[in-house]
Design a binder for this molecule. Structure first.
Ligand code: CA
Length: 554
């Protein structure tokens, strides 16, 4: 369950291209030369208290009732009750004013709050983007450089910077400062894909499709027959999409180009823009055909997450874009779900289809939590996060309390079969109710939780199934400082326009053939050429060393 839970944290497509590396040793030197003496003024009294507020070492961090800070974060919790947040508050003595909102609301509030100067002490979650680190950190100094505080007060976080390869480089901004606490994860190579309901295939005596034509025939059979076997031949939805991660742009991979939300992809080892290619157009036309014949969920572009989950839970999906089937059809340890990744389909003109590769197996998220200049006693907040990054705390943040549902033994951490516990406990200790899920914690790479019975590793199966047809990962990058605002605007314009037009074309609200040339011109008018040039330049300086090594290994 561990890996799946972890990776389910990667809920938002916005993350797809947002982790990255900057070059190397020069940056480190720059950091040492230009670092502001932001923690140097701190004084320690005879009780070991810094500035009379927080203890330099040990727990609690503060005397109870003396210190509070606020965290702004996106989270979809209905109760706001987080078992492990309460535990960390108890350990540190720090009270937290947690301001959480659903992702879309948070995204809106985030920009408004920052432009109005009315923002929380800590901002975390998926709303933060690398361009925000440049804008509000490097340029506006609203985000506080953290490297001195980390060095002084946060041994757990410092260890990640010092000992895990590539982490310091990834989180060091172009001005040499570190504005965010690094969040390092094992990551699947494939984040989202189409999963297909194997029970429905069996019910109808169908083979797993391998071409776009066969898939079309399967979807038609799903629609026309009572594939879920409930007696109603009309309630089947052949193809749906996770509303927060539709990843429409991945699907033209069946025709040769699979790109991210910004339209970027890799082809033959080269970074390129893919959303104006013939292959891309062909992919969208194929989806339009599916839609026009009622094979795509009519609510694909309007439903919210809870509607999608509800339909999935009622066994109405024959296939869907998904992170994993556990997102809508919970299964228990020891069980194998009725879902498999749809093979990467060949099409008439494409014998060598591709799928977008999200990671090389590890992700360093460089924008998951920052501290703002509204914060008082930054050192206390850093110590709070260092407590979160304590290994045992982080294990519990994902899995539930130690010596209750997780047990530390010589060969590792063992988790009990949660189905043996009351429904109340299962709910209380579900990963979404342990800690705000978009906030970072410490995940030792390669860590595996030992579960009895073992949980089916759906993402491993998917990576294995897709491994020969992945695009290669897009090189990470920071936008150049002097162009960051302009480039972020171009990127947003391009991303939103692709999303809008593909939805219209698929749903038949506009005709792709009639509009294609204008669409390509409009992309150019947004500044596509400059944007792609910038991406290529910054990628060139940030080519990650592991790519070369991986190639050698293969
Ligand atoms: Ca039915």
């Amino acid at each position: 369950m561990k890996r799946k839970q972890l990776m389910a944290l990667l809920l938002c497509g916005v993350m797809a291209a947002s982790f990255g590396l900057t070059a190397c040793g020069e940056k480190k030197e720059a950091s040492q030369e230009t670092a502001e003496a932001n923690a140097e003024g701190d004084t320690v009294d005879e009780d070991g208290k810094v500035n009379g507020v927080f203890y330099e070492k040990g727990l609690p961090v503060v005397d109870e009732g003396t210190y509070t800070f606020s965290i702004f974060v996106d989270d979809s919790s209905s109760t706001g009750e987080f078992y492990m947040l309460e535990q960390i508050k108890k350990q540190t003595g720090i009270d937290v004013d947690l301001q959480y909102f659903p992702y879309e609301v948070a995204q809106e509030k985030f920009s408004l709050a920052l432009s109005a100067g009315d923002y929380a002490d800590c901002i975390g979650g998926w709303c933060l983007k690398p361009s925000d680190i440049l804008k509000y950190g490097v340029n506006q100094k609203i985000f506080v450089p953290l490297e001195d505080y980390i060095e002084k007060y946060a041994p757990n976080i410092q260890q990640l910077l010092d000992e895990v390869e590539g982490v310091r480089e990834a989180v060091t901004a172009p001005d040499g400062h570190i504005y965010s606490i690094p969040y390092v994860l094992d990551a699947p190579k494939v984040d989202y894909s189409i999963g297909i309901n194997t029970r429905w295939l069996e019910n109808l005596g169908l083979e797993m499709p391998t071409t776009t034509e066969e898939y079309y025939e399967v979807l038609k059979a799903f629609k026309e027959q009572d594939a879920n076997g409930n007696g109603d031949p009309n309630d089947e939805i052949p193809l749906s999409f996770d509303p927060n991660n539709k990843h429409i742009n991945y699907l033209p991979g069946y025709f040769g180009i699979s790109c991210d939300n910004n339209g970027m992809t890799m082809k033959d080892g080269e970074l390129m823009f893919g959303a104006n290619t013939e292959e891309f157009k062909e992919g969208i036309k194929y989806l339009n055909k599916l839609y026009s014949e009622g094979l795509i969920d009519p609510e694909a572009f309007t439903q919210d997450l809870s509607q999608w989950k509800a339909k999935g839970g009622q066994d109405l999906f024959g296939s869907t874009m998904m992170y994993g089937s556990g997102d809508f059809m919970p299964y228990n340890a020891g069980e194998i779900p009725d879902w498999l990744p749809l093979p990467i389909l060949k099409s008439e003109n494409c014998d060598n289809p591709v799928w977008f590769q999200d990671s090389n197996g590890t992700s360093v998220l460089k924008n998951q939590v920052v501290i703002t200049n509204n914060a008082k006693d930054v050192g206390a907040i850093i110590r709070f996060w260092d407590t979160v990054y304590d290994y045992d705390n982080s294990i519990q943040i994902i899995n539930g309390p130690l010596d209750d549902v997780v047990f530390k033994e010589e060969d590792g951490y063992h988790k009990i079969d949660m189905t043996t516990r009351s429904e109340e406990d299962q709910e209380k200790y579900s990963w979404a109710n342990l800690f705000p899920q978009s906030l970072p914690h410490n995940i030792p790479l390669g860590f595996k939780l030992i579960e009895e019975p073992a949980t089916y590793q759906e993402k491993d199966v998917q990576d294995e199934a897709y491994k020969d047809n992945l695009t290669g990962t897009i090189p990470p990058y920071w936008m150049p400082l002097d162009q960051a605002d302009t480039m972020a605007e171009i990127e947003t314009a391009i991303r939103d326009y692709i999303e809008q037009k593909t939805a219209e074309w698929i749903a038949g609200q506009a005709d792709i053939d009639a509009e294609w040339d204008d669409y390509c011109k409009q992309l150019e008018a947004f500044g596509l050429e400059d944007y792609v040039a910038m991406r290529k330049e910054t990628a060139a300086t940030a080519a990650p060393a592991e790519t070369a090594e991986e190639e050698k290994a293969e």
